[in-house]
Write a protein that binds this ligand. Structure first.
Ligand SMILES: Nc1ncnc2c1ncn2[C@@H]1O[C@H](COP(=O)(O)OP(=O)(O)OP(=O)(O)O)[C@@H](O)[C@H]1O
Ligand SMILES: [Mn+2]
Length: 272
């Protein structure tokens, strides 16, 4: 057993911070700072049920442990709790048996994509942002029948977005009560992405409309060079409203997000 214990001490040696993912109260109490030079303890969880002094909100529970850790570290970076080059030890539950895993990670600026801020600080619910984001990523990976497609999703503050836009064609979602995240709805969204205009999604994930032509004031909105009207409209609508825009580019294949008129995230679906 000595080699196992050795391995475990190697994993935790010289750590700058310990991230406890959704710890139970009794587990958390064992880590409460005793004033020594132990690493900083950060609790990462959907809610601060254990009254942790240092807490990072996890916008979703994340079944996938890699995603959970990635979000936790990005949240801790946003709160200036860890920085590039720090060694962090993540203690998480992979199965149902409590804190059963110890994972060492080196904090790297390149893992900081802006996605944490997008999920936590958008007006729409984090799960809605995630579901729309996943549709955009999948469309980017597979295209429509193998051909690259573009798409524009405007998420949140839907009433105002509808006021700043007009229909290009009849709205197939009129009078329907369907939500993003439903697998059938995701197929519909991908199907309709071939057609012009934007999708409008409410804070709670209801698809309000397809085929919307956005008419925001675009003055002073900067978008990356080489991109055109779709990105300009997507960026600008988020300055005129509290919506978040998630845009898949047909021309360069990247998924971008805009908030308050600014580009906040740029991700290559092939690398996601
Ligand atoms: N104001 C708008 N509101 C909604 N959709 C729009 C608007 N302007 C353009 N689009 C949609 O974006 C599509 C692509 O337009 P354009 O090529 O100018 O955008 P782009 O930013 O270069 O995006 P891509 O990288 O996908 O080509 C249009 O066919 C249309 O469906
Ligand atoms: Mn274009």
């Amino acid at each position: 057993m000595a080699s196992l214990t050795d391995h475990l001490s190697d994993l935790v040696e010289d750590a700058d911070a310990a991230l406890l993912f959704s710890p139970t109260s009794s587990f958390h109490e064992r880590f409460v700072d005793d004033g020594g030079d132990d690493p900083d303890v950060v609790v990462v969880a959907p809610d601060n049920d254990v009254d942790a002094e240092v807490f990072v909100e996890l916008p979703l529970p994340f079944d996938n442990v890699k995603d959970r850790i990635r979000f936790g570290i990005e949240g801790a970076m946003d709160a200036d709790l860890v920085t590039e080059g720090d060694e962090v030890v993540c203690i998480a539950s992979v199965f149902d048996g409590g804190s059963d895993a110890v994972i060492r990670v080196t904090v790297n600026e390149t893992v900081h994509t802006g996605i944490y801020d997008l999920f936590v600080n958008s007006r729409a619910e984090p799960s809605v942002i995630r579901d729309v984001f996943e549709v955009a990523i999948e469309l980017g990976q597979k295209g429509q029948k193998g051909k690259p497609v573009g798409a524009l999703f405007v998420v949140g503050d839907a009433g105002k977005v509808m006021n700043k836009s007009r229909p290009l064609s009849y709205n197939p979602f009129e009078k329907s009560h369907v939500h993003v995240g439903d697998p059938i709805v995701n197929v519909m969204l991908k199907e309709f992405s071939r057609l012009d205009g934007a999708f409008v999604v409410s804070d709670s994930g209801k698809i309000v409309s397809a085929y919307r032509y956005l008419e925001p004031g675009a003055e002073g909105v900067d978008i990356p060079k080489g991109l055109g009207a779709r990105h300009m409209a997507g960026g600008a609508i988020t300055r005129d409203t509290n919506a978040t825009a998630i845009v898949l580019s047909e021309s360069d294949g990247l998924v971008r997000a805009f908030k308050a008129g600014e580009l906040v995230l740029e991700i290559d679906p092939e690398e996601y």
